[in-house]
Design a protein around this ligand. Structure first.
Ligand SMILES: C[S@@+](CC[C@H](N)C(=O)[O-])C[C@H]1O[C@@H](n2cnc3c(N)ncnc32)[C@H](O)[C@@H]1O
Length: 552
C-alpha cells in the first residue's frame, strides 16, 4: 500500500522508461503508488498519485522522473508552414495561462523541499536504520539456533580446509577468512551447496540510495513554504497557502530557467529542437518575467513534441532513478534486472539462483525488493565474482545474497532445490564471450531445468539470435518428449529431474568443465513457455523469456 500525503495533493507525473519497460512501469505505479489516470506512450508512463515523493522516487522500472506540466494532442502544422507560423502556434498552444506555470513551479518547489528533507533525514539516520532493516531481512528460513550450529560446522570445515583437504580459498589482508563469509556459507547451506565461497574483505558504503533523489534545486522556495502547501498542477484553483502569497509569489516571479526540447515529425520540418527551445524560452520570459539561464538555471523545462502528442515537464531529480545508489559496479541495466526479478514471482522463503551472475545486478535488484528470500549467484570468472562481492557488501546484502564460483553447466546444487532461476546469458559487445553460447545453451538450460523445483520459474535474458536458438530447442524437445510418450507411459516427476545428474558428484570448477551432460540426454521438455518480452539494452535489444517448470 502506498504512503500518501492526504487528499487534495494529487500530483501528475511522468517517467521515462527504456523501450519495452513501459508495461512494468505501469504495473509498478499502480501497485506501489496506487496511481490513477495511468497512460502509457512509447518510452513514457504518465500517472497521478498522492504518494510521497520518496515513494515515487523509489520506482524501479523508471529511468527519469518529471513533474508533468502539460500533455495534449500534437500540434498540427502543414508541411508548408513557415518558421514564424510554427513559432506562433507553438507559443499559443504550449504556453497558455501564466498561473498554471506559477502553480507548477510551486508544486515543483515543494517536492524539491520534501526531497531535500528526506536526504537530510537519510544522512542523519544513516547506517543505523539500514542495519536494522538488514537484520530484519536475514534469511528467515534459518532459526537463530540453526545459525549457531552451522557456524560450528563451518569452523570445523575451515579446520579441514586448512588441513589441505579442500581447495584453498582467498584470504583477507590478515590472512584469515572474513567474518562476513560465515553468514555467506550459512546461506549456501540453505541452497544445499558445500563448496568454496569467493568473498573479499570489503568496506561497505555509508552513502546509499540518496544520490538519485538529490533535489535539483536545494535553495527552493519550499524551504520557507513547504508545510501544508497544497498547490498542484491539477488542483491549482483549490490552492491554499498558509504561509502567505507574498513569499511564494516573490519566488515564482524570479525563477531562472532553461528549456530542453526534443522534436520530431511535422513540426521538426519547420523548427529544429534548438529553435523550439528558443521560442519557448522567449515566450516564458515574456509571459512570466522569468530569466533564461543556460548554464546554471534553477528550473529545467523539458519539451517533447512529435506527431502523436506534446508533453511539458520539469525533472524532479538530478540523476536518473535508474542510477541505483546501492550498486557500486553496474552490470546489466538495473531496470531490466529488476524487471527480470519481478517476472520470477519471488515469494517469502524462496531460494533464487542466478547461474551466470556477473557483478550480481539481478540478485541485488531482487534482494532489495524481496526481503524474505535467499539468493545465490554463480559465475566462472574471478573478476566478476570479486565485483559481485563488492556490490553485495556495498548494498549490505551479505546475509541474503551469496556468491559461488562454479560453471553454469555443472551447478553444484541438488536437483529441484531452487524456486526460481534468473539468468542473463553472455551476448553483445559489453558482455559477450568467446564461448559459442548457442552451442552451450542446451547444457546451460538443462542445468537450470534440473535445479528448478516443479512449479519453479525460469527467467532468461537472451540476444535475438540466442532467443531463436532457444525456441527451436524447446520445440524440438517437446516434440521428442511427445513422440516418446507414444512408446512409454507418461513420465513421472522423477523423470523430470534428470536423474543422471543426481548421480554426478558436485563439481567445483575453476574453469569451464568438460560438461557433465556431454553424451547424455538433454531434457528441457518440462519448461513451459510463459512469455517473451523485448527490452532495450541500449545499443542492442534483449529478449526476456519466462518459463514454468511443469510435469512433462
Ligand atoms: C552477461 S554476463 C552477466 C551480467 C550480469 N547480469 C551483471 O549484471 O553483471 C554473463 C556472465 O556469465 C559468466 N559466464 C560465462 N560462462 C560461464 C559459465 N560457463 N558458467 C558460469 N558463468 C559463466 C560471465 O563470466 C559473465 O559474468
Amino acid at each position: 500500500m502506498s504512503e500518501t500525503r492526504g487528499e487534495g495533493s494529487v500530483v501528475r507525473y511522468y517517467c521515462t522508461s527504456g523501450s519495452g519497460m513501459e508495461l512494468f512501469l505501469v504495473d509498478e505505479v499502480k501497485r506501489k503508488l496506487a496511481a490513477d489516470a495511468v497512460r502509457q506512450i512509447p518510452g513514457k508512463v504518465l500517472f497521478s498519485s498522492s504518494a510521497t515523493i520518496d515513494r515515487v522516487c523509489s520506482l524501479k522500472a523508471a529511468e527519469r522522473l518529471f513533474l508533468l506540466l502539460k500533455e495534449d494532442s500534437p500540434l498540427k502544422l502543414s508541411s508548408h508552414s513557415s518558421p514564424a507560423k510554427a513559432s506562433s502556434v507553438l507559443q499559443s498552444r504550449l504556453l497558455g495561462d501564466g498561473n498554471r506555470w506559477r502553480c507548477a513551479v510551486t508544486t515543483w518547489s515543494r517536492l524539491q523541499g520534501e526531497l531535500a528533507a528526506r536526504r537530510n533525514a537519510t544522512a542523519t539516520e544513516g547506517r543505523r536504520s539500514e542495519k536494522q532493516t538488514e537484520e530484519g531481512g536475514k534469511c528467515t528460513l534459518e532459526s537463530r539456533k540453526r545459525t549457531l550450529e552451522l557456524r560450528e560446522e563451518e569452523s570445523e570445515n575451515k579446520r579441514l580446509r586448512s588441513d589441505g583437504q579442500h581447495e584453498s580459498r582467498p584470504l583477507n589482508k590478515e590472512g584469515e577468512e572474513d567474518n562476513n563469509r560465515e553468514v555467506g556459507k550459512e546461506g549456501l547451506q540453505h541452497f544445499g551447496v558445500v563448496t568454496n565461497v569467493v568473498d573479499l574483505d570489503i568496506e561497505s558504503s555509508e552513502e546509499k540510495d540518496t544520490e538519485k533523489t538529490e533535489p535539483i534545486f536545494k535553495g527552493s522556495a519550499s524551504d520557507h513554504t513547504t508545510a501544508g502547501l497544497e498547490c498542484t498542477v491539477e488542483n491549482c484553483n483549490r490552492t491554499t497557502n498558509p504561509l502567505g502569497a507574498d513569499v511564494l509569489s516573490e519566488y515564482v516571479d524570479n525563477v531562472s530557467f532553461r528549456v530542453n526540447s526534443k522534436c520530431s515529425g511535422s513540426l521538426a520540418r519547420c523548427l529544429s529542437a534548438q529553435e523550439v527551445s528558443k521560442v519557448m524560452g522567449a515566450g516564458l520570459s515574456k509571459l512570466l518575467g522569468w530569466k533564461v539561464d543556460l548554464k546554471n538555471p534553477q528550473l529545467e523545462i523539458n519539451v517533447s513534441l512529435n506527431d502523436d502528442y506534446y508533453l511539458l515537464g520539469i525533472p524532479l531529480t538530478r540523476s536518473p532513478l535508474a542510477n541505483r545508489g546501492y550498486i557500486k559496479t553496474t552490470g546489466l541495466r538495473s531496470t531490466v534486472a529488476w524487471a527480470m526479478a519481478s517476472l520470477a514471482q519471488i515469494q517469502p522463503g524462496f531460494s533464487v539462483v542466478d547461474p551466470m551472475c556477473g557483478v550480481g545486478t539481478i540478485l541485488i535488484e531482487a534482494a532489495q525488493e524481496h526481503k524474505d528470500a535467499c539468493f545465490l549467484g554463480v559465475d566462472i570468472d574471478d573478476g566478476q565474482l570479486q565485483k559481485a562481492n563488492e556490490n553485495i557488501a556495498f548494498a549490505e546484502l551479505g546475509s541474503r545474497v551469496h556468491i559461488l564460483k562454479a560453471s553454469s553447466m555443472a551447478l553444484p546444487l541438488p536437483s529441484s532445490s531452487v524456486d526460481a532461476v534468473v539468468c542473463d546469458l553472455p551476448f553483445g559487445r559489453k558482455f559477450g564471450t568467446k564461448t559459442n553460447m548457442a552451442a552451450k545453451l542446451p547444457l546451460i538450460l538443462s542445468e537450470m531445468e534440473r535445479v528448478l523445483r516443479l512449479g519453479g520459474i525460469l527467467v532468461v535474458l537472451l540476444s535475438p539470435q540466442l532467443s531463436s536458438v532457444m525456441k527451436k530447442l524447446l520445440i524440438q524437445k517437446h516434440f521428442e518428449s511427445k513422440s516418446n510418450e507414444e512408446v512409454k507411459p507418461q513420465a513421472g516427476i522423477e523423470n523430470c529431474l534428470v536423474p543422471s545428474f543426481e548421480q554426478q558428484p558436485s563439481q567445483h570448477h575453476s574453469d569451464v568443465p568438460s560438461s557433465p551432460v556431454q553424451g547424455k540426454e538433454v531434457q528441457l521438455s518440462s519448461l513451459k513457455h510463459q512469455t517473451t518480452l523485448r527490452v532495450s539494452l541500449g545499443a542492442i535489444d534483449g529478449l526476456i523469456h519466462k518459463y514454468l517448470k511443469t510435469l512433462i
